[in-house]
Write a protein that binds this ligand. Structure first.
Ligand code: ADE
Length: 221
């Protein structure tokens, strides 16, 4: 999969994309991530990318030209263009699954007070990572890249993400590791029993119980 990210702050991505699972996936060629500073596409003599809003109001608005030119340069028939904005559709694990099957994603990070409404015409989707406002679309882009990359074939073991919270619409079951007792807290006996059928049943019940308690809005209810 190819992911192109349009941002005014490419340095923000360094740590996240150069560590752990994403780093390995990039090195193994499972995902090809490229950052593009759309200021480089500005035709303004001072490389300006924003301007004051028509009709007045505070703050600066991202202009169409640099973003249109950058997207049009990168886009091909396999591309899905996504705008990260708090007014987009709320991102869910099912979107990560769906997007992990695409060949080419172009992510546009908004910044400052907003963007010219006409930038929406470039986009196939508008995504928000939750009902709160961040300073820009960089962190939301990282969230998409991380959640999508881990689902790409061969990046992590399929069994690992099949057990994840949300994968089948339920939260994950509780897990424990050594020691058997810590600070007076015991590992549930059933996990020490060696009875795999019993353990499987217990895990299913616990996933359902946890979902009902923590997230009654999910299908476990
Ligand atoms: N940009 C600013 N806040 C955002 C959010 N919650 N989701 C996506 N993009 C954003």
């Amino acid at each position: 999969m190819k992911i192109d990210i349009l941002t005014l702050f490419p340095e923000m991505f360094a740590g996240v994309f150069e560590e752990s699972i994403i780093k390995r996936a990039r090195e193994e060629g499972k995902v090809d991530i490229e950052l593009h500073n759309f200021r480089d596409y500005s035709k303004d003599p001072h490389k300006k990318v924003d301007d004051t809003p028509y009709g007045g109001g505070s703050g600066m608005v991202l202009c169409c030209q640099p973003i249109f030119d950058c997207v049009n340069h990168l886009k091909n028939e396999d591309s899905t263009v996504i705008l990260l904005t708090p007014s987009g559709k709320t991102y869910q694990e099912q979107d990560a699954k769906r997007l992990s099957r695409k060949k080419h994603l172009i992510l546009i990070c908004g910044h400052y007070e907003g963007f010219d409404e006409r930038i929406r015409y470039l986009c196939d989707e508008e995504i928000s990572i939750g009902d709160y406002v961040l300073t820009g679309g960089e962190i939301p882009s990282m969230v998409l890249v991380d959640s999508i990359t881990r689902l790409l074939p061969g990046v992590i073991k399929e069994e690992s993400y099949q057990q994840d919270s949300f994968y089948e619409g339920l939260l994950d079951y509780p897990t424990y590791t050594k020691p058997r007792e810590y600070a007076g807290y015991q590992v549930p006996e059933v996990l020490l029993s060696g009875d795999h059928a019993k353990i499987k049943k217990w895990r299913e019940e616990m996933a359902l119980k946890k979902t009902k308690e923590m997230r009654p809005d999910l299908k476990g209810d």
